[in-house]
Design a protein around this ligand. Structure first.
Ligand SMILES: Cc1cc2nc3c(=O)[nH]c(=O)nc-3n(C[C@H](O)[C@H](O)[C@H](O)COP(=O)(O)OP(=O)(O)OC[C@H]3O[C@@H](n4cnc5c(N)ncnc54)[C@H](O)[C@@H]3O)c2cc1C
Length: 739
């Protein structure tokens, strides 16, 4: 991911196999702006198959034979999730993970390899050690080594390997080399008439000689029919005892791939085109063992996964950037290098074969070179990038706004909470239930309410920023009719030296305390950390202002109630204009003054006039917060001309300037109805996100003039009655009618 670019799409790589390791490297060197890449892998290290036998034989260390995916991701700027995918829903574009929430994707790519086929032979799953996952094999191998070391003298162990392909032969030879001086008998059980099907006779002869030299007994035409504890039952009636059984037969696919509904071949492997995406879904790619190229099926081998890597990297980027995808044509034949336990190897390609130490050195240098690509990561990353996602290129170059303009829209939050409330019904408030202020459960009759609010940097002056953030956080309490008791700070400071940090914190907290002192609120402590940019937040709690414990709530509006707004609107667009150097400094100063006006007196007036409902207008704009008060069934009329608006705000809206949140707030415009023509620019004020905005109060019509006078006479000279609550007209689509 390019630093600083907004994320607009998610690419999720499932499995850190050979192809994906290359994809990570290549997309890091040639990034796509706006793309977030996530890798899901059960563990931080993935084995490189070519060196696996060398690990067992003792020629290599664990580190030399494994790619450190966590480190690779850290270098590549990719999110690493240690987890195992258990299901894919291509319609919802979601991946299920064992023991943690689902992960959504725009583009997914699967490179999870294969595992030995265990289920066609009864008892194999219970009694055999599959060679994959390699982590399990490695652990079991270590235990075996320990056990052998502690064997009573005179006892021998029988180790059986079931297979016959290159993997099983290499494994048996590697074990034989490692256990050369141990009291073990090694046997290779091969169901076919010969080992290494598909290899030429020369290579096969070289490998058979190595097996004989290492004392590995090879049984051919020996099909295992059943496995029992400590015993193989063969199809020809023979029985063979074992102390340890390793299973290295034909590859099988993870069942969730077929369960996704995407087309799979007869063994359950994902069918992909030559562009490496599913034959039925261009948003799901696949490579390595788990994928079968329908036009060019090949045996399952790491070499194919490696060759697919660069094409996959190109096609994932190209698919997102709308560029042409490459077609991959895998080789018909490839050079196969089989290690023979000791530092010998055998080469096979078509009719050519060779065995010797030089083949081992050749294989060793190829393998080390491959691994070096993931160990020696370039220190400097490219400055440029491959391209920008189309939606990012189309978006305005405007930097994201600070203050409440940077708030996450209501929709993503509501959707996230709705999904989580289903999973945690007793511990997560569903949307509508979760407010930004909530009573603390069990706090008794004199309920303690608590709230949390935070702001990105809005003004450069830290003292002022502290004041605005504190005032903004306290507004939530006032809107619920509570007076503050105490606050905790949560502050992220931009990276800096210790002295600078301390100076900055002092300024911020002095500003906050200026407000807290005015509100008689204790700043009890807090937490600060460093990060890429300034964020200032406060957890605040308080108790009812009213002596009778009455609180104010967002719900409770009645038909006929007047809607009173205490402070003018327009802070969002003014600060957006300020960032674009389009705002007049005097207008910004007036907006800051407005943000610094406490909502305390407004709350006291609202309570004194028996307000039916109240909220503070912040990130979701006037319309978003009004709709929240009205709920699904309520309706209101608004008089646009009555809206109090800060100087300069309307002019900036007319010139097309918008705060970051404006767009998502404007989606609420679908619930507007119109009584006659309206000024579209003035209408935009309804969507403008506010920082430390005024209270919106619903009050019975008879008490509205008194409330308005009280507000204007205290700290809110621009307070206005801006509309009223009406009965919902079922024939009218809008919840809020605008005139
Ligand atoms: C002993 C042995 C030796 C071999 N030697 C060779 C050789 O010399 N040359 C050769 O070409 N082939 C060799 N092979 C075959 C080779 O191992 C495979 O063909 C190759 O590993 C396939 O690579 P891949 O990219 O498909 O997946 P893999 O390399 O198997 O990687 C898959 C990754 O996905 C992860 N994963 C699995 N399931 C999930 C999940 N549900 N969610 C998230 N992540 C998951 C795994 O942990 C792993 O990290 C050998 C095999 C064995 C057993």
């Amino acid at each position: 991911m390019l630093a600083g670019a907004a994320i607009s799409r998610d690419l999720v790589l499932v499995g850190g196999g050979h192809s994906h390791a290359l994809v990570l490297r290549m997309l890091a060197m040639r990034p796509v702006a706006g793309l977030r890449i996530t890798l899901v892998s059960p563990s931080s290290h993935t084995p490189y198959s070519g060196m696996l036998p060398g690990l067992v034989a003792g020629h290599y260390t664990f580190e030399q034979t494994h790619i450190d995916l966590a480190r690779l991701c850290q270098w590549a700027g990719v999110r690493f999730i240690a987890g195992e995918v258990t299901a894919l829903d291509p319609v919802a574009r979601r991946l299920s993970l064992a023991g943690r929430p689902d992960v959504g994707y725009d583009l997914a790519s699967i490179d999870i390899g294969s595992q030995p086929e265990l289920d066609s032979v009864p008892g194999a799953r219970e009694h055999a050690v599959p060679v994959k996952p390699v982590a399990g094999l490695w652990q079991r191998w270590q235990h075996l080594l320990q056990r052998l070391g502690a064997l009573p003298p005179g006892t021998r162990q029988r180790i059986a390997v079931v297979g016959g392909g290159a993997g099983s032969v290499e494994l048996a030879l590697a074990m034989a080399h490692r256990l050369a001086r141990q009291p073990v008998d090694l046997e290779l059980w091969c169901g076919a008439p010969a080992i290494l099907q598909g290899y030429n006779t020369g290579a096969r002869r070289g490998v058979m000689a190595a097996l004989a030299r290492h004392g590995v007994a090879v049984a051919l035409d020996a099909r295992v029919e059943r496995v029992e504890a400590g015993r193989l039952q063969l199809a020809d009636g023979r029985q063979a005892p074992f102390d340890e059984l390793f299973w290295c037969t034909g590859a099988a696919a993870a069942p969730w791939v077929a369960a996704s509904g995407l087309p799979v071949d007869e063994r359950g492997f994902l069918e992909v085109t030559d562009a490496l995406h599913s034959v039925a879904d261009e948003r799901v790619f696949g490579a390595g063992d788990i994928a079968t190229q329908v036009n060019h099926p090949r045996p399952k081998a790491g070499v194919y996964a490696v060759r697919q890597g660069p094409v996959l990297a190109h096609n994932l980027g190209a698919a997102l950037l709308g560029k042409t995808l490459r077609q991959h044509r895998p080789q018909q034949r490839f050079l196969s290098l089989v290690s023979l336990g000791d530092r010998l190897a055998s080469a096979d390609r078509g009719p050519f074969s060779a065995t010797g130490r030089w083949v081992w050195r050749w294989k060793d240098s190829i393998d080390r070179k491959f691994m070096a690509r993931f160990e020696q990561l370039p220190a400097s990353m490219p400055r440029g990038h491959w391209g920008s996602l189309p939606e990012l290129a189309a978006a305005s170059p405007q930097k994201p706004c600070g203050g409440c303009g940077a708030k996450v829209g209501a929709d993503p939050l509501a959707r996230a909470l709705a999904e989580l409330a289903r999973e945690f019904p007793r511990h997560c408030s569903p949307p509508g239930g979760a407010g930004d202020t909530a009573p603390i459960p069990g706090s008794g009759a004199a309920a303690i309410v608590q709230s949390l609010d935070m702001l990105r940097q809005l003004v450069a002056d830290p003292w002022l920023m502290g004041r605005i953030a504190a005032n903004h956080a306290l507004s939530d309490l006032y809107a619920s009719g509570a007076r503050p008791l105490s606050a905790l700070a949560a502050i992220t400071l931009p990276f800096a030296g210790a002295d600078i940090l301390q100076r900055e914190l002092k300024q911020l907290l002095a500003g906050a305390l200026h407000e807290f002192a005015g509100a008689d609120c204790l700043l009890a402590g807090g937490h600060s950390m460093q990060g890429p940019e300034l964020n200032v937040g406060f957890v605040v709690n308080g108790t009812a202002i009213a002596g009778d414990g009455r609180l104010l709530g967002k719900r409770g509006l009645a038909v006929g109630d007047q809607l009173v707004l205490a402070k003018p609107l327009g802070t969002g667009v003014l600060f957006a204009a300020h960032m674009q150097l389009a705002a007049d400094g005097r207008d910004i100063a007036a907006a800051i003054d407005s943000m610094l006006v406490s909502n305390r007196l407004a709350a006291e007036s609202a309570l004194a006039h028996n307000a039916s409902a109240c909220t503070d207008v912040t990130g979701f704009g006037l319309l978003g917060h009004l709709l929240e008060m009205l709920g699904e069934d309520g309706a209101a009329t608004l008089r646009l001309a009555q809206l109090p608006v800060l100087d300069g705000a309307l002019a900036h809206l007319r010139s097309g300037i918008r705060s970051t949140m404006h767009g998502s707030n404007a989606a609420a415009g679908a619930r507007l109805g119109f009584d006659g023509a309206v000024d579209d620019d003035l209408l935009q004020v309804l969507f403008d996100p506010q920082t430390s905005g005024g209270l919106l109060i619903g009050v019975a019509a008879a008490r509205a003039p008194g409330l308005l006078d009280a507000l204007r006479g205290s700290a809110y000279p621009r307070a206005q009655i801006i509309g009223e609550v009406v009965a919902r007209d079922p024939a009218s689509p809008g919840s809020v009618r605008v005139a």
